[in-house]
Design a protein around this ligand. Sequence first.
Ligand code: KIV
Length: 272
Amino acid sequence: MSVAKKQYKRITTKSLVEMKANGEKISMLTAYDYTMAKIVDGAGVDVILVGDSASNVMAGHETTLPITLDQMIYHASSVIRAAERSLVVVDLPFGTYQGNSKSALESAIKVMKESGGHAVKLEGGSEIAESISRILTAGIPVMGHLGLTPQSIYKFGTYTVRAKEEEEANKLLEDAKLLQELGCFALVLEKVPAVLAEKVAKSLTIPVIGIGAGGGVDGQVLVTHDMLGMTHEFNPRFLRRYLDLYAEMTNAFQSYIQDVKSQDFPNEKEQY
Ligand code: KIV
């Protein structure tokens, strides 16, 4: 069992590499706003991801593609104001780094300057190597993301498990090694077979954080709204729900409506 091996006042990219070396699993959750980030950080999560899943969770879009750099910066700056201990990683959104490495660097610098985030995350392997290298030359830490990369949903066509076939699995392993060589400090592996994910984690010294990638990796990430049960249309096998907040919140709202209608709220103690 992995337990905290060392107390960290503030998690850095170096702490994560150290955790992997010490066999301590890394916890990562998403947040997009101050209030949620305050709770997540206070609970002691190691990494907060300001994911472009904000496009789905916060804005109700079907994919992550529509969210803009300015919207990501708005979410990230709210999270940064709450985070006292966690490392805050910000997704570069679709279209802000794939075109050329110059615009990738400009996007990453804008995120770092305007949000105060600690690192950026980019989806892809060899095809974005130049962008990753250029961002790293500016001293900006980069987290990679391989496997199911939702920004490429229209290429894949579905959100099913990736790299089940040998050719794609080999490419993924090569890409993971390349990202480490380039200087990424960690890697997210999304929805790939557990055996492959474990092989990738064992081949690298940088931590591999999985979502739907089994238990053989160095840490886990979930979308906070999913693990709290606030979203209930989304039911992938990998998702463990720790609460049923959809039901709890619905009950609370219904009680409030009833209290307002019946004039039970506010009572004498709840007024001036
Ligand atoms: O945007 C996001 O929330 C993510 C996680 C699912 C890893 O990239």
